[in-house]
Design a protein around this ligand. Structure first.
Ligand code: DQA
Length: 146
């Protein structure tokens, strides 16, 4: 089984970006940790990050028929991008949405996700560990036939 981790805008700055909100782990730290969890679960992990909505959509198109599921933190595009939701629907790639911060405890404009209605599930507010929880949940759901 091959799974993807897709990160959106500004997540390349993790570690220095508002650490009181997003923590001190860098995206590389998260990638290393998630690669270890993937190995434990016996799945192959592909990773990508882009600050561009269109590039994220192109990445999903490229993963079509290759990855079996995706852990995605779409950053602010979570709250705005119907195009990204359409890309998940169009490629039929199952996914779990993850957020480092608890978006529901933040500004009202972060309370709505364009993606959540077509996600397997969502992990929010558990920091960098949330990626591992999301991957474990994704793989369990895929193994159940999601
Ligand atoms: C985020 C939450 C979003 O609202 C924000 O725009 C981000 C990061 C998170 O991981 O907590 O860029 O997705």
């Amino acid at each position: 089984m091959i799974v993807g981790m897709l990160n959106g805008p500004n997540l390349n700055l993790l570690g220095t970006r508002e650490p009181h909100i997003y923590g001190s782990a860098t995206l590389d730290d998260i990638t290393v940790a998630l690669t270890a969890v993937a190995a434990e679960l016996g799945v192959e992990l592909r990773t990508a990050q882009s600050n561009s909505e269109g590039v994220m959509i192109d990445i999903l198109h490229g993963w079509r028929g290759i990855v079996h599921g995706v852990v995605v933190n779409a950053g602010a595009y979570t709250h705005t991008s119907l195009a990204l939701r359409d890309a998940f629907s169009a490629t039929a790639i199952p996914f779990v949405e993850v957020h480092l911060s608890n978006v529901f405890a933040r500004e009202p404009e972060r309370h709505h996700s364009m993606l959540a209605s077509v996600a397997i599930g969502t992990v929010t507010g558990l920091g960098a560990d949330g990626y591992a929880f999301a991957l474990r949940g994704l793989v369990a759901a895929l193994r159940r036939g999601a």
